[in-house]
Write a new protein. Structure first.
Length: 350
């Protein structure tokens, strides 16, 4: 008799729901995991809305995962044991490209991801392939860290990579454009790195209201206020040391170049839609103001390790970051809340 489980199936854009699926077989050299919690990411929301170029629907997504080892394959030779709780981030590096060979895993040219190449974590069980065990970003959840909170390690890892590249440090003034889950994570991390003043801006009153819990030094509603005017006023006409564009709007990247202080760093964190990926940035401003435009994507294992440590030690509060928890059976309700921008972070528990 085949064992069955509940799993999310995204059938087509805005057509998804929980269905009965077969429990996956244990990979020969891998593991079968019992999913304990899985967070809903901004990229998941984009997949729900309009699909994803790397996801062949119908498919089970979900890549911010904490899970318990249920079974190991016959040829499994890893160090994780049955019963251990793991923080499973989705990246599986190729291990072959020049960047992997140089230890620059965040620049890997051939990485694959759980929830794209292999089914994801919005299910009761998931298979962890041998490749992910050999070249993935997976860690034991430290004792005392709630598995629900451990789901935050994946998005936090990307923020750690970005802020490392941008060298946010003691005394910096930081402007974050985008008050969603990633924006507020950047806010908490910038503070942990020693930023003196953190300004948060967004077009959504609901998101800014939710972000008040993080106590930014200044909140700017860009639908009602002029972003450049307000930021320059708050920085005595100089501009921020660092600007993080945590959103998919090209206008904010153009504004960041206009607002940044001379010698400032602009972290282009949010990717842009393909048809809007060439914004009209004034490169003379970049040149004469000696600006640093820094693009970052994904992360390396070292960033993942740092992120988990920040959560385990309470330097980043996952509890404050996660605003809603739902059972997997209530996926549609939780997803709609996030799609409507009325949640900081939604986590599902099978």
């Amino acid at each position: 008799m085949v064992d069955m489980m509940n799993a999310l199936l995204v059938r087509a854009p805005m057509d998804y729901g929980i269905e009965k699926r077969e429990v996956p077989a244990v990979p020969e050299g891998g593991l079968l995991l019992k999913v304990l919690a899985c967070g809903l990411c901004g990229s998941d929301l984009r997949t729900l809305r309009s699909g994803h170029r790397k996801v062949r629907l119908p498919y089970t997504i979900g890549h911010e995962i904490s899970a318990r080892v249920e079974k190991s394959g016959k040829a499994y030779v890893g160090s994780w044991k049955v019963g251990e709780t793991l923080a499973v981030s989705p990246l599986v590096y190729c291990g072959k490209c020049i960047f992997c060979r140089n230890g620059e895993f965040e620049l890997c040219t051939g990485y694959r991801e759980i929830a794209q190449t292999w089914p994801g974590g919005f299910a009761e069980y998931m298979a962890l392939p041998e490749e992910a065990i050999e070249r993935g970003t997976i860690q034991r959840v430290p004792e005392g860290l709630d598995p629900v909170h451990a789901t935050i390690v994946e998005p936090l890892s990307s923020c750690v990579n970005a802020q490392e590249k941008g060298n946010i440090t003691l005394g910096d003034t930081v402007l974050i454009i985008g008050a969603g889950p990633i924006g507020t994570l950047h806010l908490e991390l910038a503070r942990a790195r020693g930023a003196d003043q953190v300004i948060l801006a967004d077009i959504s009153e609901d998101r800014l209201k939710l972000a008040e819990a993080y106590q930014p030094d200044l909140i700017i509603n860009t639908l009602k206020q002029d972003l450049k005017e307000e930021v320059l006023k708050a920085t005595n006409g100089v501009g921020p040391c660092v600007i993080i564009t945590a959103n998919p709007d090209p206008v904010t990247q153009v504004l960041a170049v206009e607002i940044a202080r001379k010698g400032g760093r602009i972290l282009l964190f949010g990717g842009l839609p393909g048809d809007k990926a060439i914004p009209g940035v004034n490169m003379n401003t970049v040149h004469y103001n000696s600006l640093h435009l820094i693009g970052t994507a994904i992360f390396a294992p070292r960033h993942n390790k740092v992120a988990l440590g920040l959560l385990a030690k309470g330097r980043i509060s996952a509890e404050k970051f996660i605003s809603h928890q739902f059972t997997l059976n209530d996926f549609n309700e939780g997803a709609q809340l996030a799609l409507d921008g009325k949640a900081r972070k939604v986590v599902f528990i099978p």
